[in-house]
Design a protein around this ligand. Sequence first.
Ligand code: ZN
Length: 561
Amino acid sequence: MKTLAAELAFFFRGRARSNLKLLLGYAGFLLVMMLTYSVLFQYVMMRVEDREYSFVTGLYWTITVMTTLGFGDITFHTDAGRVFAAVVTLSGLVFLLIVLPFGLISLFVAPWTEERLKRRLTQKLPEDTRGHVIICGWNPVTLATLRRLDQIGVETVVVTSDHAQAVRLEEGGARVVYGQPADPQVLKSLRVEHARAVVGNLRDADNVNLVLTVRALADTPVVTVVTDAERAELLAIAGAAGVVALNDTLGRHLAVRSTTKGARSHVLGSYGDLLFAEVPLGGCPLVGSTLEAAAIRARTGASVAGVWERGSFSLPEPTTVITERTVVVLVATAEQLERLEAVVGGDLSGDSILVIGHGSVGCAAADMLSATGVPFRLVDKDASAGCRRHEALLGDAASTAVLREAGAAEVSGIIVTTNDDGVNVLLTLACRHLNPGVRLVSRANREENVRELYAAGADFVVSRASVGAAMLVAALEGRESVVVTEGVSIFWGCVPAKLAGATLGQARVRALTGATVVALLPPDRAAVMEPPPDTAMEPGSMLVMIGDAGAQAAFVGHYGD
Ligand code: ZN
């Protein structure tokens, strides 16, 4: 009974209430129409056919004709009478059998069903919920971010206006609210004032709207993804605490991995004087030797923080053998990288890159290549709407003729950047077939497709979802980091008060958190690369570490800030 009352109450609230008034007005109109027909029936019968009927009979006749039941027990015998009957039948058809049901469905049934679904997907958060993260918008980046936050034990709730996705997510076990993310009512019901942060993963304009709405409600920081890097400033002006220029970063990551020579052109990010770079060792004299025998640090001062080989990342071991496909992640100063260049042979002249797709990712990759002086070509099937800097060859790269014309068979590196993973797999296969020795770098939009792209022949796959999630989580944690690969980042932090004065060996950072210390930066001296276990940590020093999101969170959790 109570639920029935709750369902009925729906019709007396808000828009349903004004719709109800509309319905009552329409019913009044139908009643007047029927009464008028009944009176006219009596009049036509009397004047034209010379027969007399009561008003009730007239009403009975009108109802049976308008509802097209037409029993045929009362009929007109003259043309005038038949015309009148036809008019009544037609108006019944239109006003009673078409307009009325249509109005009922669109004004009542549809909003009511939607409201029911909404109620099912709007669990009010428990009164004591705090420290949760509200994620607005749904795409593969959201899913990857949910996984990362779950991994580090942060509670989340997703808001999306895509109903089908909301249902699917809820069935997958996530906490979901179906509604407009920038609706103040929705945000209030999610206890936005007690949330740790709000993540805006919507279109740029909707993100601006979200930031302004949250700012008006609470002090909760908002971190947003921005598609067009030029709009990052606008979001910051609106009050976003963090802005992640995802496509820009993705483009740079792809560009860095596409070239084969010149250590300086592989810098992914920096902290102070330290640069983080991925340098391919293929074709250099070190191929075939172990990392220990290569003695990169002894010869150049640069520290090897990780090793990549066709999609798998590992921490460096002295016994790791360098192959044609090995890429090392280095922490080094600019001079050290120059020294390394002398060892591995750095010369950009041999590189030429083909960038497939001139969207915001392809454009950012092209910018990075021109900044490092690498010659490149762009190909896209549509002219770019937003870019005036680059000239692209127009043509569908799915056609081998277009690929050949763009030079796919001769270039040293190819970057595949479209936003459709199916197309990227196809293009990767086609490019590998055309140019077996090329360095092939592909963009994945969903984490699930990374493996498929490697199988199609990519040397490197950079997943938008993984990079986006890693950047968002780092921004939420309020710390900077440089994403090196699927889930692995280089991050840094001040030596925690608990560890000041202790040696690295005593701190057991790796055993306790999973993070590896790759460099120690004392306040007034040069950086110490790969610091030995007996290195003492002076207060005020900075630790540069490598590890996954879990390691980064564990470091903060274990030692405090
Ligand atoms: Zn461009």
